[in-house]
Design a protein around this ligand. Structure first.
Ligand code: NAD
Length: 293
């Protein structure tokens, strides 16, 4: 039987509607809107598209969007000065610096400069440590979205075997921590892992966050598994593909015949990211407001 295709687009719309209700309640209680500041340095076309969607969906959720566009040759000191200004601005609850930054800017010092309580991307080392320690903090948005889809699909994951492909700070590591926090038995795999197909076949939950088109084949998947494909890869038109077609890290057609449930690309994990960015912003606003009392 073909796998159930997990509809991330519909689920993201549902999450955004819940966030909008919470944002309206915050405004009614505190007399101001929840505010998200987005900083874009340079004009990378993909980043332009992401920032445009973030601004639009922030407003649609009834929140204030503050957009800051800086030229590609911005000095690190000027970017850090803007971050300091946003840290101090009481109307700003969340700060997102769109990555990647254009060379030679290094993301590390910029992320470290963001107030951890406004770090809605969850990338500040303090928030990474809080996730590791099981303390409340802000968690990266894509992993939150992936975990949400897993919970909606499976309910309780206690004792299930989860394999996470990829160990980035942005996706792989936080996804693994969230699964561990939900009592799954978690294995992290990466580019140096041996016998990857056999390892993947042990997974009741397989999360692929690698960035290699169609890496995971049908025979890597345990029959009945839940497969979450985080990868977003644009195929090369020179290889006879339709211009710029997006595929995931999982060979979708093969996985469909083996898995019980599977996220598509596009329309799976992708839309969840902004939904959880908005969720994190309302969470940050609520916590700051409570701390101010
Ligand atoms: P990354 O390049 O930082 O990390 C990739 C990881 O994959 C590394 O840990 C590496 O060890 C591992 N890896 C590389 N080759 C491998 C192989 N052959 N076998 C096993 N593991 C291998 O990437 P990232 O930022 O974690 O992103 C991963 C993918 O997720 C990308 O396709 C990216 O576009 C996508 N992504 C999607 C969203 C979203 O849906 N909104 C957000 C972030 C990233």
């Amino acid at each position: 039987m073909a796998a159930t295709i997990i509809d991330g687009k519909a689920e993201a719309a549902r999450v955004r509607a819940l966030v909008a209700t919470d944002a309206a309640a915050f405004e009614a209680a505190h007399g101001r809107k929840v505010g998200l500041a987005v900083v874009l340095v340079g004009s990378d076309p993909a980043s332009e598209v992401y920032v445009g969607s973030k601004v639009r969906l922030t407003r649609e959720a009834g929140m204030e969007s503050f957009e800051h566009r800086l030229p590609a040759d911005t000095a690190e000191a000027d970017l850090l000065a803007l971050v300091a200004q946003l840290n101090a601005d009481p109307a700003v609850d969340g700060i997102l610096v769109q990555l990647p930054l254009p060379a030679p800017l290094d993301a590390g010092p910029v992320i470290a400069a963001i107030d951890p309580e406004k770090d809605v991307d969850g990338l500040h080392p303090e928030n990474a440590g809080r996730l590791m320690a099981g303390l409340p903090g802000l968690v990266p948005c894509t992993p939150l979205g992936a975990m949400h889809l897993i919970s909606r699909t499976l309910g309780d994951v206690t004792g299930l075997n989860a394999v996470v492909l990829g160990r980035s700070n942005l996706v792989g590591k936080p996804v693994a921590q969230l699964l561990l926090g939900a009592n799954a038995t978690v294995t992290m795999a990466h580019s140096r892992t041996r016998e990857l197909p056999a390892l993947c076949r042990t997974a009741d939950i397989l999360v692929a966050a690698v960035g290699r088109p169609n890496l995971v084949r049908g025979d890597w998947i345990k029959p009945g598994a839940t497969v979450i494909d985080v990868g977003i890869n644009r195929l090369d038109p020179r290889e006879g593909e339709a211009k710029g077609r997006l595929v995931g890290d999982v060979c979708f057609d093969e996985a469909l015949a083996v898995a019980a449930a599977l996220t598509p690309v596009p329309g799976g994990v992708g839309p969840m990211t902004i939904a959880f960015l908005l969720r994190n912003t309302v969470t940050a606003a609520t916590r700051r407001q409570a701390a101010a009392k």
